[in-house]
Design a protein around this ligand. Structure first.
Ligand code: ADP
Ligand code: ASP
Ligand code: MG
Length: 402
């Protein structure tokens, strides 16, 4: 069997954890399997590198950010290879250049285009454990790129797809995918299985247990994933197609604290204004999430929308520069907000999910600032300070407790 095993930052945070991971990988190797290990940077390394960069230059070029961040994963893979070697097992570490993991050219949020398998196959054929840097790639300029925060999961899935692995195991610091973040909602329940679609929604809506692109890619290439703990042997959660289980109305709740709302006030109520506004934002490659337009009154209207918090400065600059063009009287920004979402394939055919969620929030005195829905989710914007309480209340109101 060919097995891809991915370990996140906390699973390789110190010497003891590195040896713990080494031993778990060696177990599979000794059974005769081919083993590819994908690692994240140790502990909070990536955060620390970002803080260092901000101290030197808060507007650092994205290319240099990727050059910097790519170092984190390189430390983990080299140390892991050393650990395995010290245990008498042949292992080799490889980075994105050595493997040739090609991505799109954009920095800080790039996507895989093509992964060469030759070098990896060669090392596996020589009975080595192959340890590969997560999160990084190379682009057509031969520069390092990164896949966005949490992107090592996507490296693991991409490798599993490219090499037709028999298993792709994502090891982390919780025992699997839960009905809500178990660190915030202590009575959250671990799911045995979850479908790609539901997992994709949860991941995209802030449940960082899996990088959303990893789920997208797993679905596209039919890579079945197992999410489980690196610290114990509990069975974990299987992420796969068409789950044959009783259809829960709601399968999980997620919170995204990395969001901000921009309100553009006093726009002329005429055709083309929304187009002008959002094409400006789109040109800067900023992702707009929720959009709310007020009813026109006295010839003017307001448009509010949410974007990732990291893009606020850029968005405000563009809008201020084009204030007259889009006919805005005032531009406001609110950063202390969070998005709370309930997700479930079962809600497509069941009315009343939104009402039930709003009731749960009302019962704990939380005000809703914006609402959006799709076939399989309901999302609301609330004050950041209410986010965890809202997640707990929504979670319990749908009977998701353990
Ligand atoms: P890693 O470093 O292993 O990639 P992450 O910190 O990226 O780990 O993801 C694991 C974390 O995801 C958990 O510690 C947990 O707090 C958080 N999380 C958020 N939502 C969920 C959920 N629904 N199920 C499990 N974990 C979740
Ligand atoms: N080290 C990167 C991050 O912290 C990638 C990852 O952990 O998946 O975002
Ligand atoms: Mg992660």
């Amino acid at each position: 069997m060919l097995i891809v095993k991915k370990f996140g930052g906390s699973s390789v945070a110190d010497k003891e954890r590195i040896f713990n991971v080494a031993e778990r990988c060696i177990e599979d190797y000794r059974k005769g399997h081919d083993v590819i290990v994908v690692l994240s940077a140790m502990g909070k390394t990536t955060d620390q590198l970002i803080a260092k960069a901000e101290d030197i230059n808060p507007l650092a070029p994205k290319r240099e950010m990727d050059m910097l961040l790519a170092t984190g994963e390189q430390v983990s893979v080299a140390l892991m290879a050393m650990a395995m070697n010290s245990l008498g097992v042949p292992a080799v570490s490889l980075n994105a250049f050595q493997v040739q993991m090609h991505t799109t050219s954009t920095y800080s949020n790039s996507r895989f285009k093509r992964i060469d398998s030759e070098r990896i196959r060669h090392e596996l054929d020589n009975r080595r454990i192959v340890i590969i840097t997560g999160f990084q790639g190379i682009n057509k300029y031969d520069d390092y790129t990164t896949l966005g925060r949490g992107g090592s999961d996507t490296t693991a899935v991409a490798l599993a797809a490219a090499l037709h692995a028999d298993a792709c195991e994502i090891y982390t610091d919780v025992e699997g995918v839960y009905t809500a973040d178990p660190r915030v909602v202590p009575n959250a329940r671990k799911m045995k299985e979850i479908s790609y679609d539901e997992m994709l929604e949860l991941a995209s809506l802030g449940a960082k247990v899996l990088h959303n692109r990893s789920v997208e890619m797993a679905k596209k290439y039919g890579v079945q994933l197992v999410v489980r703990s690196s610290l114990n042997r509990a069975p974990g959660t299987v992420v796969k197609e068409a789950v044959k289980m009783e259809r829960m109305l709601v399968s999980g709740v997620a919170v995204d604290k990395n969001t901000a709302r921009i309100s553009v006030i006093g726009l002329t109520d005429e055709p083309g204004i929304a187009f002008k506004l959002f094409s400006l934002i789109a040109k800067s490659k900023i992702n707009v999430d929720m959009i709310l337009q007020s009813v026109g009154r006295d010839g003017t209207k307001d448009i509010s929308f949410t974007i990732p918090r990291g893009d606020v400065r850029e968005a405000l600059d563009i809008l201020e520069d084009n204030k007259n063009r889009i006919t805005a009287q005032k531009i406001e920004c609110e950063e202390n907000i969070a998005k709370v979402s309930v997700v479930g394939a079962g809600m497509a055919s069941n009315p009343g999910v939104a009402a039930k969620m709003f009731e749960a929030l009302y019962n704990v005195g939380i005000n809703i600032k914006m609402i959006s829905t799709s076939e399989i989710r309901v999302s609301v914007i609330v004050d950041s300070k209410d986010a965890d309480k809202a997640m707990q209340a929504a979670h319990d109101s749908f009977g998701l407790e353990d």
